[in-house]
Design a protein around this ligand. Structure first.
Ligand SMILES: NC(=O)C1=CN([C@@H]2O[C@H](COP(=O)(O)OP(=O)(O)OC[C@H]3O[C@@H](n4cnc5c(N)ncnc54)[C@H](O)[C@@H]3O)[C@@H](O)[C@H]2O)C=CC1
Ligand SMILES: CC(C)CC(=O)C(=O)O
Ligand SMILES: [Mg+2]
Length: 370
């Protein structure tokens, strides 16, 4: 089983190193090959997604991705910016279905910015359409306005669009996922304002006819943003477009304690997948050794389950993560009084130790306070 390992930029390299360490102790026949992507690839090859990296990704059974981006590249022409690498991989590989589970682990109930009773036991799944919407719609660009409020002024424009097959396939993914869980789908749209999302809603209703055993609810995105922090446990599966899903999943990460806890799987119709944390390259903490690697480690677990047919190994990783949390290990983003603050590498080591049956954390005797 071949895994393309693409660490990328910023904390990407730090967190992927920990996930690789975890995969290496599983005793599975995994062949891992690394390649540069994002800003790192731009520095080496003058392009954020060089042909060699793309070919490696295409030939692999699964891709483990860190994150791309750095402020220093913000002035580059858009096609050369690091973020184009992840957008390009999603598009080239047809990774239209993005699963972002937001689970609040028992030990992190106090780490969430919400009241404990709102998040205790939280287990929701955001399914984000990943290859369409305003992120990919054409045309887009800059021009001189010929009409509107200020004719003759410079303006910029993007195109929001969804075709029927794009909506149908993501709706099927959501209803099928709901059948494995709480049998409820909330479709999030902005049908009251946008034609694209009235169409989205109409098509989701049509697809729902094939899933009478699943409850379907519709919610406008502004209300969904509010309900996510008012009563997050009222959701089961949330399905939405690319941009709303991007925003709502970052919001949902705070229900789990930190964006450093939110893994993701991006799948195509062949179950080939790219696995990455939901966060970015975090330039503000890059190089400090304090990034939380658990979202990436949990993404590796999703990879084993969805693309590499190794569900037991996935379960083992998830149990190991729970046990290190139970033992009190915390990176700074999830740290609270009475727990042990550790860095990226120590957190990875603790997960490895738990996997190897060393009873990670049972030996913690020092509690660092800061
Ligand atoms: N898939 C990808 O590669 C993504 C790339 N980006 C890129 O990342 C760069 C930074 O973007 P931001 O908006 O700052 O988002 P970000 O997700 O990188 O960071 C937002 C905040 O969360 C913190 N954070 C993120 N991951 C963390 C972790 N594992 N542990 C602890 N704290 C963590 C950061 O320190 C920062 O304060 C930009 O260039 C952006 O375009 C952003 C999102 C996704
Ligand atoms: C950096 C973007 C291309 C994507 C993003 O924010 C995400 O996928 O969460
Ligand atoms: Mg995002």
């Amino acid at each position: 089983m071949k895994i393309a390992v693409l660490p990328g930029d910023g904390i990407g390299t730090e967190i992927v190193a920990e996930a690789v360490k975890v995969l290496q102790v599983l005793d599975l026949p995994l062949e891992m090959e690394q390649a540069p992507v994002g800003g790192a690839a731009y520095e080496l090859h003058g392009h954020p997604l060089p042909e060699g990296t793309l070919n490696l990704a295409k030939s692999a059974d699964a891709i483990l991705f860190g994150a791309v981006g750095d402020w220093k590249y913000d002035k580059l022409d858009r096609p050369l910016r690091p973020e184009q690498a992840i957008l390009g991989l999603r598009k080239h590989l047809g990774l239209f279905a993005n699963f972002r589970p937001a689970i609040c682990y028992e030990q992190l109930v106090g780490a969430s910015s919400l009241k404990p009773e709102l998040v205790a036991g939280l287990d929701i799944l955001i399914i984000r359409e990943l290859t369409g919407d305003i992120y990919f719609g054409q045309p887009r660009g800059r021009r001189t306005a010929v009409d509107g409020l200020f004719p003759g002024a410079d303006e910029a424009f993007d195109t929001m669009r969804y075709s029927r097959p794009e909506i149908e396939r993501i709706a099927h993914v959501a209803f099928q996922a709901a059948r494995q869980r709480g049998r409820k789908v909330t479709s999030v749209d902005k049908a009251n304002v946008l034609e694209t999302f009235q169409f989205w809603k109409d098509v989701v209703i049509e697809v729902h006819a094939q899933y009478p055993d699943v409850e379907l609810q519709h919610m406008y995105v502004d209300n969904a943003a509010m309900q996510l922090v008012k009563s997050p446990k009222s959701f089961d599966v949330v399905v939405t477009g690319n941009m709303f899903g991007d925003i709502l999943s970052d919001e949902a990460s705070m229900l789990t304690g930190s964006i450093g806890m939110l893994p993701s799987a991006s799948l195509n119709d062949r179950k080939q997948g790219l696995y990455e944390p939901s966060h970015g390259s975090a330039p503000d903490i890059a190089g400090k050794g304090i990034a939380n690697p658990l979202a990436t480690i949990l993404s590796a677990a999703m990879m084993l389950r969805f693309s590499l047919q190794a569900p037991e190994a996935a379960d083992r990783i998830e149990s190991a993560v729970k046990s290190v949390l139970a033992a009190g290990y915390r990176t700074p983003d999830i740290w609270s009084e009475g727990t042990q603050k550790v860095g990226t590498r120590e957190m990875g080591d603790a997960v490895v130790a738990a996997l190897m049956g060393n009873g990670a954390g049972k030996t913690i005797t020092t509690i660092t306070k800061s």
